[in-house]
Design a protein around this ligand. Structure first.
Ligand code: NAG
Ligand code: NAG
Length: 394
């Protein structure tokens, strides 16, 4: 009986161990033994043909005028209940209340969570998952929603086509601090180790998004972490959001991917996946590069001022040319006048013949001409003379 009892206990322990291993996901990483190139071995979808992130080659995108602006629903009505921020060993996640959602898509989507991807501070390195024309941003924010019109919850939706909608926000650094991001960054020191959780004051989630929600890239892709389900309608905003270098540094250097009890601390850095081929997918744009709609009011003002300056410049040039032509015409006339007057003054010196004979010659010539015309008229008169005769005939 003792032997049988031990055997049953061992079998139970074995099942518990295997069950524990399948339920608790395989601990994947970005580099190393279960790094991103090995993900497909453990998570078959990661080797699929519609994976994310992708590189957006802007010249190969297609303008779709039917893409209306996405509309965050309830993002600013955060209420009084705190948000939960936690370190899942791969990123910092903020759980979102289920009254937040997303409109402007073919279905209504309900918010689930948002999280960040970043680099490791080296300038050559990226940090964002999506790239535009091969260029990375410093970090990227993802706001995850599930299709609550077609599916009852996140776990049911995440495996289905059109099950999820994720907003991608590219983050770059500048001089100014972005106070909205401090609503998350100020609490990272409370979740330094994997599996740590903290309640943070609720805040306006829309303040993390860019101003312009009308211009974006749209494509069908996947989760960028295992199990890489190809269930995501991606919206990557054209406008980037700016944070300070100090804020980026906090994002990159505070968190560990290791648990508190683990002896070796591992910094949580470079938690971004490499871009994947489009494989015949087309990235749609809600804006046309040739369209005037794409230009901001500032750009339009600049163009209007430029055109006005151009017109004024052209008018000045034309005026100058006209004036120059007039000047040369006047100069020409003056020289002619001066020439004729000098010739008359030249008459005075005695070495020149007097103008009189010339006048006489001219008078003679005129007389001759007059004679000619008189002769001609007399001839025509003579010729016309018989003409009235036939008219008198009865
Ligand atoms: C999600 O919905 C499915 C299908 O209705 C259900 O079986 C499952 O228990 C739900 N999961 C959660 C976490 O509520
Ligand atoms: C995504 O796939 C759906 C089919 O499930 C298709 O109707 C839609 O046009 C695709 N969207 C894009 C942006 O290609």
């Amino acid at each position: 009986m003792d032997c049988l009892g031990l055997f049953i206990l061992l079998i139970l322990m074995f099942f518990q161990w295997t069950a524990g291993h399948t339920a608790e996901e395989i601990s994947w990483t970005y580099t190393g033994l279960v790094g991103q190139s090995e993900w497909p071995e453990y998570f078959p979808d990661c080797g699929g043909t519609s994976q994310s992130p992708v590189d957006v080659i802007t010249t190969q995108t297609k303008y779709d005028p039917s893409l209306i602006p996405v509309t965050p629903l309830g993002y600013s009505q955060h209420g009084n209940r705190p948000f939960t921020l936690y370190n899942n060993g791969h990123t910092a996640v903020v759980e979102l209340p289920d009254w937040m959602g997303l409109g402007g898509l073919p279905w209504l989507f309900t918010a689930v969570q948002m999280h960040l991807h970043w680099g490791s501070g080296s300038p050559s390195h990226g940090g964002s998952e999506h790239t535009i024309n091969g260029l990375s941003a410093d970090a990227e924010l993802h706001v995850v929603h599930y299709n609550s019109e077609l599916y009852p919850n996140m776990s049911a939706a995440m495996t289905q086509r059109d099950g999820l909608a994720v907003l991608g926000i590219l983050i770059v650094t500048g001089e100014e601090t972005n106070p909205s991001f401090n609503n998350i960054l100020n609490y990272l020191s409370r979740i330094r180790h994997a599996n740590q959780k903290v309640s943070i004051p609720a805040f306006d989630v829309q303040s993390l998004l860019p101003q312009d929600l009308g211009r974006y890239y749209r494509y069908n892709g996947s989760l960028t972490t295992p199990p890489c389900y190809q269930s995501v309608i991606w919206t990557l905003f054209h406008e980037r959001v700016q944070i300070s270098k100090a804020q980026l540094l906090r994002m990159e250097t505070i968190l560990y991917s290791s648990k508190a009890e683990e002896p070796d601390k591992m910094l949580l850095q470079d938690n971004y996946r490499a871009t994947h081929p489009l494989n015949h997918r087309v990235i749609l744009t809600s804006f046309s590069a040739e369209s005037w709609k794409e230009l901001s009011s500032g750009e339009v003002t600049a163009i209007v001022i430029g055109v006005m300056c151009g017109c004024v410049g052209l008018a000045v040039v034309i005026r100058f040319i006209v004036k120059t032509i007039r000047f040369f015409k006047l100069l020409h006339l003056e020289t002619v006048v001066v020439n004729s007057s000098t010739s008359s003054w030249d008459v005075l010196p005695s070495n020149r013949p007097a103008p009189m004979p010339r006048i006489k010659e001219m008078e003679k010539a005129l007389e001759k001409k007059q004679d000619m015309t008189l002769n001609l008229t007399s001839e025509t008169e003579k010729k016309e003379e018989p003409s009235p005769c036939p008219e008198t005939e009865p």
